[in-house]
Design a protein around this ligand. Structure first.
Ligand SMILES: NC(=O)c1ccc[n+]([C@@H]2O[C@H](COP(=O)([O-])OP(=O)(O)OC[C@H]3O[C@@H](n4cnc5c(N)ncnc54)[C@H](OP(=O)(O)O)[C@@H]3O)[C@@H](O)[C@H]2O)c1
Length: 433
């Protein structure tokens, strides 16, 4: 096991709290830093009061993740970070990686030996590695495939206590150093809380094993969901659901066809980046939620990549249909199983600063998908489905700005090209060839 040294966690969301509490078990000082904002003000006020970060769990099955830790230092504002930190763990959203690194004092950044990306997207390790390289630095960069589970604020507002309500049984991680002692240490730490960390030969393999990349764009950037997100629904209007079949939700045979086509485009991009891609159906069923073998036969899962397109679309449709209810729950006295798919489509809302904002899904998916599109353009890979999804999303951004003209609007409503990040990512990709 290698020593991660002193660890600085960047970010003040619930994922940062869980991460800091988990990393504290390595026995070295853990510091926490955040930007100055309305949300982080509430977080730091609570932390300054108790001095302790705490994680509660919703189910006793996840008891191993419960715990608390006392941050060695806390920094309100990234420019105020001082000291010698060996490991930086970025728990902020992937579009904030460079803004955070840019605000850190050059000497502080120069001391950091490794940077861990907790919830990156395709291209994030290239982005961070290239940014560091341009600063004359060469830290190890580690990408996880996704955050370890589902962690929230128990009272919905930021504080020093987070609630972990779900835990993945397996996540992936890859390092720019290839096989790495840091990965081994993280793997042991995750194993101790019941999570298998599959080690990948490079970060892009881990980054491409995030199911949201494949399913969020079709599920959120279609006319039905976009209407639910951006149109101001009449008060009392019945909810619509992300994972339900039309007309309760957006899922139609044509949405599934888009999903399968997008998977094919993404696989072409990932392959060009040196990754292997995933068997979409196996990944959905084995890494997310399984269905009963009566619904999808194991032989169909294994053969998925070799099946004709119509058969692939049929199987993915069956997957969503079979998960409308939790097929492993106990039926109630009316024979009804747990309503697994009742995840409402969240509309735009006023954020803590009083401005209109777009909910995390699809706000984060916009950045991720624009980066994928930019990388595809750089590699000369055609991605017409991805282009069409983004065009539909951007049309709604423009429409919403007109509709709410005069109101304060967050930058999530701007049509962006993320050119600065893409330039770094593409330079990083070229540098690694
Ligand atoms: N929590 C989960 O269960 C879960 C599950 C899956 C994936 N994830 C992913 O993990 C990441 C962290 O999750 P979370 O729940 O902790 O999210 P969160 O509550 O939204 O916190 C994100 C953190 O990023 C900061 N941030 C956002 N934009 C920034 C910018 N431009 N510059 C600097 N800092 C910025 C936020 O600061 P402010 O508070 O000031 O905005 C906050 O500290 C997200 O990408 C999320 O999608 C989380």
């Amino acid at each position: 096991m290698t020593d991660l040294g002193d660890v600085l966690v960047a970010g003040t969301g619930p994922a940062a709290v869980q991460t800091a509490v988990l990393l504290a078990r390595l026995g070295r000082p853990v510091g926490i830093a955040g930007r100055i904002s309305e949300r982080s003000e509430a977080f730091f006020t609570a932390l300054n009061g108790s001095g302790v970060l705490r994680v509660e769990v919703q189910s006793e099955r996840h008891d191993a993740l419960r715990g608390e830790g006392r941050p060695a230092q806390r920094f309100q504002g990234y420019p105020s970070v001082t000291g010698a930190w060996d490991t930086l763990v970025l728990t902020v959203t992937a579009d904030a990686y460079v803004p955070v690194l840019r605000q850190l004092d050059h000497q502080v950044l120069g001391r950091i030996s490794r940077i861990v990306l907790l919830s990156p997207t395709l291209g994030s390790s290239s982005l961070v590695q290239e940014y560091a390289r341009q600063q004359g630095l060469d830290p190890e960069v580690i990408s996880f495939s996704s955050y370890l589970g589902d962690t929230r604020w128990p009272e919905r507002t930021p504080g020093a206590t987070a609630l972990t309500a779900g835990v993945k049984h397996r996540i992936y991680a890859g390092s720019t150093a290839g096989s790495s002692a840091t990965l081994d240490t993280l793997s042991d730490l995750f194993e101790s809380v019941g999570i298998t960390l599959e080690l990948c030969p490079r970060p892009v393999e881990a980054e491409s094993r995030n199911i949201s990349l494949y399913v969020h764009p079709p599920l959120f950037m279609n006319p039905f969901t976009l209407e639910g997100v951006f149109a101001t629904a009449a008060p009392g209007a019945p909810p619509k659901y992300v994972y339900k079949l039309f007309p309760e939700g957006p899922i139609t045979p044509s949405l599934i066809a888009t999903m399968v086509a997008m998977w094919r485009e993404l696989t072409a991009i990932i392959t060009r980046l040196g990754g292997t891609g995933v068997n979409l159906l196996a990944f959905m069923l084995e890494d997310s939620y399984p269905v009963r073998p009566e619904s999808i036969a194991p032989a169909d899962i294994a053969a998925f990549e070799r099946l004709p397109t119509t058969h692939q679309e049929y199987l993915v449709y069956v997957r969503y249909a079979s998960l409308l209810i939790d097929p492993f729950s106990e039926p109630d006295h009316d024979g009804r199983y747990f309503d697994f798919s009742a995840i409402p489509i969240r509309p735009i809302h006023r954020n803590a600063a009083g401005a209109w904002d777009v909910p995390r899904m699809p706000k984060e998916d916009y950045y991720r998908t624009k980066v994928i599109q930019g990388v595809a353009r750089h590699l000369g890979v055609a991605c017409p489905r991805i282009d069409a999804l983004l065009a539909a999303y951007e049309e709604h951004l423009v429409r919403a700005r007109t509709q709410h003209a005069g109101d304060p609007m967050s930058e999530a409503f701007e049509v962006r090209d993320f050119a600065d990040d893409l330039e770094l990512i593409c330079a990083g990709i070229e540098g690694a060839r």
